[in-house]
Design a protein. Structure first.
Length: 252
């Protein structure tokens, strides 16, 4: 499902996108928010988010901000509109676009056609400073940096990213869901011969298959069990998930 907010008034577009995100997150506690900005977007990343599901989490809400500024990211979004529309996860797109430009108008129409809701916000165009951009989007962690570091079994970068997440007060459940998704994908890649058999897209399957070489199947089974136990122990008040996640990273 896609929600699309765009136009010359990025402040109003962002405010309305935030309202939708806040409403979605308030409906159920077990929803994870992922933010992607600018050039972070690739077809592979969108495919992964469109098909992924976190442990005990019904949906991801994926907030895509200013991801149509360059040719590569535009191509990635247009190539994955069908997957985003059909996904059980929800994609909220917020863009600073000038509809008077022919290229922007074509993109707007294509995204709006696939969107559950789309709305334009107008005012005289003014380019925002970097400081204003950062103030609008707020703090974030990268879903893909975390999952890639775990897949590559690079403990130091993974631990550094985790410290950044702690400093940004990212919920432990969000980090947990990112870890579990990558572990589950690697297990599927170990057990299945093809992407179709695994239920993953080709991009995700091939990537997970490469990462799975860094672990034995037994190690991945143990990590999966550990993640499930960690979740239940934390929610019963018997363990601190932040501490448990850090311990797991250091023991990789």
């Amino acid at each position: 499902m896609i929600y699309f907010f765009y136009g010359d008034d990025i402040g109003k577009s962002k405010a309305n996108a935030d309202k939708v995100v806040a409403s979605l997150l308030s409906r159920k506690k077990d929803i994870t928010l992922v933010k992607i900005i600018g050039e972070e977007v690739t077809e592979q990343r969108i495919f992964e988010l469109a098909e992924s599901q976190a442990l005990f989490v019904n949906k991801y809400v994926v907030f895509l901000y200013r991801i149509l500024d360059n040719t590569d990211s535009r191509k990635a979004i247009l190539a994955t509109l069908k997957e985003m529309k059909e996904s059980e996860n929800i994609f909220v797109i917020c863009e600073l676009l000038n509809p008077a430009k022919k290229t922007d108008a074509e993109i707007i129409n294509k995204i709006a056609d696939k969107s559950e809701q789309s709305k334009e916000f107008k005012k005289p165009f003014r380019r925002l400073s970097k400081k204003e951009e950062l103030a609008l989007i707020g703090e974030k962690i990268s879903f893909f940096e975390f999952s890639d570091a775990l897949g590559a079994r690079k403990i130091k970068p993974l631990w550094t990213l985790y410290q950044d997440a702690l400093n940004e007060q990212v919920p432990a459940e969000e980090v947990h869901s990112i870890f579990f998704w990558q572990i589950k994908a690697m297990l599927l890649a170990k057990k299945c011969k093809t992407a179709k058999e695994s239920g993953l897209k080709d991009f995700s399957f091939n990537k997970a298959k490469q990462f799975a070489k860094n672990y034995t199947e037994e190690e991945l089974e143990k990590l999966s069990s550990k993640m499930i136990s960690m979740y239940h122990e934390a929610h019963r008040g018997k363990a601190d998930m932040y501490v448990a996640l850090e311990k797991m990273i250091l023991e990789l």
